[in-house]
Design a protein. Sequence first.
Length: 257
Amino acid sequence: MTFYAMGDIHGQLALLQGAHALIAEDRARHGMAEDTPIVHLGDLVDRGPDSCGVVDHLVQGHAAGAPWVTIKGNHDRMMERFLTDARLDDPGLRADLDWLHDKLGGSETLASYGVDVSPERSVAEIHADAQAKVPQSHTDFLRNLPLTWGAGHGWGAALCVHAGVRAGVPLVQQTEEDLVWIRKGFLDSDADFGALIVHGHTPVERATHYGNHLNLDSGAAFGGPLSVAVIAPGREVWLLDPEQGRVRLEPVDGTQT
């Protein structure tokens, strides 16, 4: 199965809408079926200016029956856990960090929902405000996001996840912690995972095909583009360019460090 996938969105609604427009143009140009899957690789929220708009756009598209798949990222999980209980720090975080820390972008996300995140407010006050202002449909959407999505069989197989997988562990036995957080033990592995792992999570200057995995996080959170790819059986990959259309992405030698 051929499908589309895009990297971490991080509250960049305009980039998300532009990515969907690129896909619509490519679908028409190449005669792709209207139900060709479009996979969003997680980290919908944080750091960017309109996480609320991003989540709402995706909620509405899914509800309307768009052929979309949205994977849960670590930032999406952090938001969901905060909304459930502000004391639930994500186990993947360092002990000195929480979702509202400047490094993570939770405050920007809540501000996009109209939550007052002034420094003088307590976490309890911010949490109560967030529960009142974040729509239940958004909370439910984040809570129910899948961790993986797969296509194809054998050499043509691809598995979409947010962060990656652990080498040496069967794909069906991967843990949630690794699927949303892993770097070491995945990026530095030259193993054949049994499928092309399509992921984001770790920003790179340009979307890169490493042969065994494809990293589509090109740093939209930090001013970079939101990369969109077409993935076909046989691990063939093309990036969508606004001016050139499909640009073949050849595998590079070596592992990602």
